[in-house]
Ligand binder design. Sequence first.
Ligand code: MOS
Length: 751
Amino acid sequence: MTSPNEPRTTGAVGAPINRVDGRLKVTGAARYSAEIPVDDLAYGVIVQSTIARGTIDRIDAGEAEQLPGVIAVMTPRNAPKLESLQKFEREGSKGSRPTGRALSLLQNDSVHYNGQPIALVIAESIEVAMHAASLVRTTYRVDQPTIDMATALPSAYPSTEKIYGREPPATQRGDLQAGLAAADVRLDVVYTTPMETHNPMEMHATIAAWDGDKLTLWDATQNVHGVRGTIAKTLSIPPEQVRVISHFIGGAFGGKGSAWSHVVLAALAAREVRRPVKLVLTRRQMFGPVGGRPHTVQHVTLGAARDGTLTALRHDSTSSTSTIEEWVEAATLATRILYDCPNEETSHRLVRLNVGTPTFMRAPGEASGMFALESALDELSYELRMDPIALRLKNYAEADPESGKPWSSKSLRQCYALGAERFGWARRTAEPRSMRDGDQLVGLGMATATYPVRRMPASADACIYPDGRAVIKAGSHDLGTGTYTILTQLAADALGIPLGCIRVELGDTDLPQNPISAGSMTVASTGSAVHLAAMAAREKLIQLAVTDPRSPLHVAQHGAVEIAGGRLTLHGDVDRGESIEELLARNGGQPIEGRADAKPGDETQVYSMHAFGSIFAELRVDPDLGTVRVGRLVGAYAAGRILNPKTARSQLMGGITFGMGMALMEHTITDLRSGRYVNADIAEYHIPVHADVPGIEVFFVDEHDEHVDPIGAKGLGEIGMTGVAAAIANAVFHATGVRVRDLPITLDKLL
Ligand code: MOS
């Protein structure tokens, strides 16, 4: 399938190579945002509200200001007024917020959630700043907050904004009531998922430094260009005056996709005190001010014929948002496309609570929504006495049931088959409580996985230097995912230059514009741009050779020139050729540059594009203690071309582990009186540790997709998270006969 202007592969893409930044990371040479050495640094510490709703009555920073080493204390009394926000307030809700999110920038006295930033101490050391922060005295006029999702549920209202600016908040096809009337079996159930909080290894961190009217932010962000735009608008300065750098990120998962309050506060503080300011959130401050996954209450109604054919499917999701901003957990998007049901309705509603505004958290919407949908399918399979995979195959969608568009590719059948085979699904006996290991109850469960293929405009430069090395530049990010590595591989194959001679530069607004690294779209967006930029540089190199009378390749056919190992040769005649160094040395010793501005084309109008997979769980439940031990998690995925099986497998293992945390552990608990985040640390907020994580096995189904993007890759950042919570809940039911519809599945729910 190599077309004339496609490079013949040198085999870098598709090889399980190690991370190119691995050595930097394990030796500590990779510098994260908080580690950047900056001279004359001052330290900022945020003071947070201790009530969930009300007004600041008095805020007394006197004692704090007098502490030796304190440089300034910024409060709503003295913080600089931001004209952009004043204008936004004056003009009402028209137009989008300059800050993107509803941030707490000390512009007024209102308190909307417990833990809201209400002041910032800047001091000579972190210790002094922390001590001073504890000395800021605040009194409030307290209003009654709304904290409890359950009691606030009657106040739910339909979400009317398009989701992600694109998807309708509600959909309807066919006639749901007729479909329910025609059903032999009906299911009408409610599932809930709790608030969850981002706990990446690296906390949010910003260093802000001004040089005249130019601002540099070293920020732990997965969205350098987005942060630049937000900061520029908020501070009313041109974007060119803001540079955002994020070379290494210790996990992001969606939490680092927005410029949150602390980023702007660091910039403001640095301007006020005329010194660079470092502001690192504490683990505790990760709960509230920087978002997380909201609560959901999901109502699923299914109707099916005796043979398993779905006749009706309704999925309504109500999720929590803050009182200052609407944020929708898009829990029914996957439901719209997964099964071929003619009569279907989906909707999203919101409940306003006095909590920090929620945000994207790995597979936002799909992870929580597919827990409900894929649990409901499992419940239906027992009603019908039908194998859960057979039920899914019975309703297999051959085309996108919502849009009617063909899939760009879909290999879900193969994923079910491969997953079932590798897992050993055939040994499962259908009855709940029918499998045992000693006195332990054994459960086997499965679910479908899916995530959309998204792509945004992205640009890249590829530069080949006279020494035969190449540098790739793109203002994208490596969140710990392997972006540096797969971009190196793509460039190596396109340029014909060895992996070790290629350097990839990411995470800087001085580099070509790239989108947020989220939505599993970095490979499709940035990967395509890098491929095309490298191809453009390759073409220039070949052009130079075939038009250079002194080149052994002079007047050769363009398409007959190959580049491999840094050498240009004639196809079929490896002796005729020369090295890149020789060619460039003879031609003025100038670098060769290729540039690509890549963007999606008409394919999105023609095809529906999704990655698919299957996930299987085997676990043991202690019938006396209710403890769940997951023994195996086996996933099979089809996601187009797999650029690097090693980093791809890691991504999926991470996603599956995250899904296991969702199933069994993660739960942000708020005190229903005060709105205080009760378990705001990783001793009390549980996530899987090594000892919890079972054998995870990941398999790939070969899939060729020529429609998704120029490199045929679909992205893997999030699909691993989807379906896992349902597969585990389904296995728990199979083991115990207890259907847990409220995550997380803790032992109290099994006793
Ligand atoms: Mo992800 S939640 O799209 O970073």
